[in-house]
Design a protein around this ligand. Structure first.
Ligand code: ZN
Ligand code: ZN
Length: 144
């Protein structure tokens, strides 16, 4: 399976885990636990919401997926396809559209900024979680 390097893969793979990983790795976007639950129910009718929450926690812990808070009152989950990239989000406050901006660590425009922070605070940055809030192209047109 094309999972990234360095990930702990020793946990017991139950049906729910397998199905959840398959679902998230094929889904583009950012699903809430409830949305994941309803999607998962289509392939695993017996699955419970508690199992979904538990499995999402586990997959987040081992670094296979990321949990985001886009300030809409729900945690959202996304499969990590590329370990070697930064993944920023542009979030439309009007329609809720989430635009992914993924860039390799090498080409990250914030590289210099991060380097200066690392020096200033003598802090080693391992990851960052950055969201930009505003209006998408469509919603800007509606405002005019
Ligand atoms: Zn919008
Ligand atoms: Zn994303």
């Amino acid at each position: 399976m094309p999972f990234g390097k360095g990930r702990c893969w020793r946990f017991r793979r139950t049906q729910a885990r397998e199905a959840l990983i398959k679902l998230l790795s094929r889904t583009k976007g950012h699903l809430s636990a409830e949305e994941i639950f309803w999607e998962l129910k289509k392939v695993l009718p017996g699955v419970g919401l508690a199992t979904v929450y538990r499995t999402l926690d586990l997959l987040t812990e081992i670094g296979l997926i990321k949990r985001y808070d886009f300030k809409d009152g729900k945690a959202r989950y996304e499969f990590i396809h590329n370990d070697n990239a930064e993944h920023y989000h542009l979030i439309c406050k009007n329609c809720g559209k989430i635009i992914d901006y993924e860039v390799t660590l090498e080409e990250d425009p914030l590289k210099d900024f991060k380097n200066s922070i690392q020096k200033k605070f003598n802090f080693k940055i391992e990851s960052s979680d950055l969201q930009f809030y505003g209006l998408c192209e469509n919603c800007q047109k509606l405002e005019k």
